[in-house]
Design a binder for this molecule. Structure first.
Ligand code: AMP
Length: 114
């Protein structure tokens, strides 16, 4: 989608520290990390938010979660523990309106999140 920074990262038009990518998903490092490891998992297809997903997106959502686990493994935080977060809507803190999962780890995590 025009003007979407994550679409532009997926297209290779905006630079990012990409951990891995395939035809469906891209995993890259967050530029403002909130933990020693902070990765973002995005679908290449533009979906604005979790709230915008439909029943037919079930396979994509499953793929994103499996990719989050794979990202945690590759980043070396799968054993020590990691958190997967999806902020949906401005009220929940979403600032980029292209669906993404945050994968955070490398430090103890508090609960509940703020
Ligand atoms: P959210 O606030 O949940 O929408 O998360 C968006 C995340 O994207 C934030 O953690 C930002 O730091 C991160 N971010 C924004 N622009 C970029 C970029 N160009 N490359 C990597 N991460 C980004």
């Amino acid at each position: 989608m025009d003007g979407c920074v994550f679409c532009r990262i997926a297209a290779g038009e905006v630079a990012a520290r990409v951990l891995f990518a395939d035809e469906e998903v891209v995993v890259f490092h967050d530029t403002a990390p909130r933990a020693p490891t902070h990765l973002l998992v995005i679908p290449r297809r533009h979906v604005p938010s979790l709230a915008a997903t439909l029943p037919e997106d079930a396979a994509l959502l499953g793929r994103l979660m499996l990719t989050a686990t794979e990202a945690a493994r590759r980043a070396g935080i799968a054993e020590s523990g990691f958190r997967v977060v999806a902020n949906s809507g401005a009220g929940a803190g979403q600032s980029v309106f292209h669906l993404h999962l945050h994968v955070l780890g490398g430090r103890p995590m508090g609960w509940p999140p703020g």
